[in-house]
Ligand binder design. Structure first.
Ligand code: ADP
Length: 507
């Protein structure tokens, strides 16, 4: 049964034989073994090559020595064609040395012409094995194709680091995306632990180990956080670790890492903006509420006064004082609302400048006249030192707002102390300096205070939206100028604005 039975009774035989009798002997033996034969015989190299290349043979039977050809020559030709066909030598007499030589050259079996009884079984076996070899080869080719496609795919992924880790978390493979993202060459990183990609704080807390354990236990793990590049710089990464194998028979992990720094930044900015807005809303409502509460109180007591004394006159000093307070609070409200309007205009890009030629000193005088009462109330004396006329092409109302904001800070944070206003010309640049001798600003706060809603003092001590300096900065920038602060805590601050005087066209 089984292996001794022909797998198919009809086989295609290519024989290499110069002796017709010997050939007939062999073919007869095969027919006896139950085969039907499609056979062709050749006796020289060219004919053999042609037959091998053209035909689809199940087996080649070859004599060892022939006048014009040999089995070894035939084997060489067969191998050069790349075909895998069972090759059996059938020869007159075969010595051991010859047999070894033939097998080394790739023959599958050999028989003496005088002992052909088992040739059929050998052919059958060789055909079966050749079939298995072909199928295996087919699988290998398919696997190689799949592997090659996989390799090409992984290598062409540029935006993701795709790599494999062994069960202990050491790098086993590294794609060009990983090299691009993390910076290591494949040769440097193979065999290294993933800890390398983690920042020191995370390493200290065992984050890499936890991620591996979680992936091993649950099948996959999604991590997000700072990771390190080869050069030590950080990026915000989204990492997926997938288990390969089972928890009990863990082979390793596949890792996909993506740089999402920009998205994270965007998210942080958004969150910061939302926080700033909420903070601003709470400050704004408080700020707007304070003068309103005072006004309500004053109106209430005016009403009471009127109720008690129907003849109370507006010129009555008591009434006068209350009216004055009312007016002050209304002014404060107006400034707050103006500031808010400025912010909305600036943030919606509607800060159109209306340029006109005027003297900076004029703008200063206008602002100081408007602020006279608040300056008095703050107990400040203001001195102005100017280098004569400083004409320039600016937006008058914006410049007045800018000066008013710097001045109102100077008297707010430098109450009871003198305030100095200095103007200078430096070629094409006009310079304005507002200097107070008040509470001053710490070095850390000096850069922050120009940001929107940023304040360096507690709200309960000094009112304000934290918008004044931001508005100053925006106005100065729109004019193509600069603003800076020099300050020492407890000794006062000096804000310097420099504006180009030319006929700048400002968008
Ligand atoms: P605010 O409405 O709070 O005054 P600003 O934008 O005008 O807002 O100022 C921002 C912060 O800068 C203030 O809260 C304050 O802490 C600080 N600051 C501004 N000007 C001065 C100054 N002349 N002296 C001391 N601190 C100042």
């Amino acid at each position: 049964m089984s292996s001794t039975q022909p797998i198919s009774s009809r086989i295609r035989v290519l024989s290499v034989e110069d002796n017709a009798d010997d050939l007939e002997l062999v073919l007869r033996e095969l027919r006896k073994a139950g085969y039907e034969l499609d056979s062709v015989n050749v006796d020289n190299a060219e004919a053999f090559r042609e037959a091998v290349e053209r035909g689809a043979w199940d087996v080649i039977l070859s004599d060892f020595h022939m006048p014009k050809f040999s089995a070894l020559g035939a084997l060489e030709i067969l191998h050069s064609t790349g075909k895998d066909i069972p090759f059996i030598i059938v020869s007159g007499s075969i010595g051991e040395a010859v047999a070894v030589q033939a097998m080394k050259a790739g023959a599958h079996d050999f028989f003496s012409k005088h002992h052909l009884a088992l040739l059929g079984a050998a052919i059958d076996r060789e055909i079966r094995e050749a079939k298995i070899r072909r199928e295996r080869h087919q699988v290998v080719v398919q696997l190689r194709g799949a592997e090659e496609r996989y390799r090409l795919m992984v290598e062409n992924i540029r935006d993701y680091a795709v790599f494999m880790l062994d069960a202990a978390g050491n790098v086993l493979s590294w794609n060009p995306g990983a090299q691009r993202l993390v910076g290591y060459e494949e040769s440097e990183i193979l065999g290294q632990p993933i800890d390398r990609f983690f920042i020191a704080e995370d390493r200290a807390q065992g984050v890499p180990h936890d991620a591996l354990r979680s992936a091993a236990e649950h099948g996959s793990h999604l991590g997000e956080g700072f990771r390190l590049r080869r050069d030590g710089s950080r990026f915000w990464a989204l990492c997926t670790l997938d288990r390969i194998g089972s928890l009990e028979a863990l082979i390793g992990f596949s890792a996909i890492v993506r740089d999402v720094t920009e998205k994270k930044q965007l998210l942080d900015d958004l969150q910061q903006a939302v926080r700033a807005r909420d903070e601003f809303l709470s400050i704004a409502s408080h700020e707007l509420k304070t003068p309103l509460t005072t006004m309500e109180l004053q109106l209430e007591s005016l009403r009471k006064l009127r109720f008690k004394d129907a003849h109370a006159r507006l010129s009555d000093p008591k009434v006068d004082r209350k009216l004055e307070t009312l007016q002050r609070q209304a002014e404060r409200l107006a400034i707050l609302v103006d500031n808010l309007l400025d912010v909305t205009r600036i943030t919606s890009g509607r800060l159109d400048l209306r340029m006109e030629r005027f003297d900076l000193r004029e703008a200063i005088d206008t602002v100081l006249a408007r602020m006279r009462e608040s300056i008095q109330r703050a107990g400040c004396t203001v001195s102005v030192r100017s280098a004569g006329q400083i004409e320039g092409q600016w937006d008058r109302l914006r410049l007045e707002t800018m000066i008013a904001n710097l001045m109102s800070n100077a008297i707010k944070y430098g109450a009871t102390k003198p305030v100095e206003l200095v103007t200078e010309v430096d070629g094409e640049v006009a310079r304005l300096r507002v200097r107070d001798h008040g509470i001053g600003i710490s070095p850390e706060q000096q850069t922050r205070i120009f940001e929107r809603f940023e304040r360096a003092v507690p709200e309960q001590h000094y009112g304000g939206f934290g918008l004044g300096l931001w508005i100053v900065g925006q106005i100065v920038e729109a004019h193509g100028g600069t603003v800076r602060v020099e300050s020492t805590l407890g000794q006062g601050s000096s804000f310097t604005v420099e504006l180009p005087r030319g006929n700048r066209e400002v968008a």
